[in-house]
Design a protein around this ligand. Structure first.
Ligand SMILES: Nc1ncnc2c1ncn2[C@@H]1O[C@H](COP(=O)(O)OP(=O)(O)OP(=O)(O)O)[C@@H](O)[C@H]1O
Length: 240
């Protein structure tokens, strides 16, 4: 459903992503693994349109979205759950959710109800300030806010960051439920436990280059991931 084709991007003179190519299929939730600074967040920003591609293309369900604005990409079906959650602490849970639906106008009751059915804790706390939620609950809110735009593809940037194992397990279960409804998933992670719980396909990014791409079971158990974390130089791309 998502094809990343020779994508390069960066900041000023710094090129961070160098001709990155991989695909995400709707029925194969995909994890992108990589050490700190590999370019994972930059990739999320390019896919969601927050920074431009310098070369290459992004195709979603056959449509070239490379030059669309961030809002147009949300309308096309891409929703980002950003690094650090970025919920608005002084707004209520419900107001945060409303923001997620902004590209479609005012969300109707059914929009809220669908999300509350998946996140009962948010229904209970919908009128509380988001800043009062725990870290795990705020991550649930960030996920739920992304779902308010009715995405085809969910981009998750390190959702496990700073969370206890129990909260990470709940994220895995929730993302799996979302994937089962037909929403594509691209998870950017360093947490192997979360990656293994969600992903069926894996891509390894090392200093802005894809160095491995294949079934998650093979790749997460194999040496390519460990080598990448250790920063070992690889001369060629692994295809498992
Ligand atoms: N806004 C920015 N301006 C300039 N350089 C940046 C900016 N954001 C990131 N970088 C640089 O781009 C490179 C890749 O960073 P990025 O955040 O994409 O990596 P990452 O894989 O997500 O790492 P982490 O896991 O630490 O979040 C790093 O060298 C970083 O310093």
């Amino acid at each position: 459903m998502l094809r990343i084709d020779g994508l390069s991007a960066g900041y000023g003179r710094l090129e961070v992503l160098h001709a990155v190519s991989f695909t995400v299929e709707r029925d194969l939730p995909t994890v992108m693994l990589g050490a700190n600074g590999a370019g994972k967040t930059t990739l999320c920003r390019v896919i969601s349109g927050l920074i431009p591609a310098r070369a290459g293309g992004i195709v979603l369900d056959g449509a070239d979205i490379t030059r669309l604005s961030p809002a147009e990409r949300v309308r096309a079906g891409i929703a980002l759950v950003p690094e650090g959650r970025q919920v608005f602490p002084d707004m209520t849970v419900r107001e945060n959710l409303r923001l997620g639906a902004y590209v479609h106008g005012e969300p109707g009751r059914t929009g809220f109800d669908a999300v509350f059915a998946m996140f009962p804790i948010l229904a209970q706390r919908q009128n509380q300030r988001a800043g009062l939620l725990s870290g795990g609950e705020q991550q649930m809110l960030a996920l739920a806010r992304a779902l308010m735009s009715r995405p085809r593809l969910l981009l998750l940037d390190e959702p496990s960051q700073g969370l206890a194992p129990k909260a990470v397990a709940l994220i895995a279960e929730t993302v799996n439920r979302i994937a089962a409804t037909g929403v594509g998933v691209l998870l950017v992670e360093q947490n192997l436990i979360l990656a293994q719980a969600i992903a069926r396909h894996a891509v390894v990014l090392e200093t802005g280059t894809c160095v491995a791409d294949g079934p998650a079971g093979d790749l997460l158990a194999g040496g390519a991931v460990a080598d990448s974390y250790l920063g070992k130089t690889r001369r060629h791309r692994h295809v498992v």
